[in-house]
Design a protein. Structure first.
Length: 91
């Protein structure tokens, strides 16, 4: 189960890098404060996902068995949300 959570967390990192690239490209053209806010939001979310990925890979054996399913569900929901954000940003 830890490998599945780590996979989705890594996928989130990749999606966030894509979002940051899109937002930075947009900011270079528009120079809007809102777009800069999206860059910072995505960057902080990227840091959070990198920390989560690290914890999944190094400390997952310490998680309580009942927490694994919840952590997986949260990570999959994040992946779905980030996928929608990336899809919207590419349009």
């Amino acid at each position: 189960m830890a490998q599945i959570v780590a996979f989705f967390s890594l996928l989130n990192v990749i999606l966030l890098i894509g979002l940051i690239w899109i937002y930075l490209s947009s900011f270079r053209k528009v120079r809007a404060q809102f777009t800069l806010g999206l860059v910072f939001f995505a960057a902080l979310f990227l840091v959070q996902n990198l920390i989560a990925l690290y914890s999944f890979l190094t400390m997952f054996m310490y998680y309580a068995a009942g927490v694994t399913g919840i952590v997986l569900a949260i990570t999959i929901v994040q992946t779905a949300a980030l996928s929608i954000m990336l899809w919207t940003g590419l349009r």
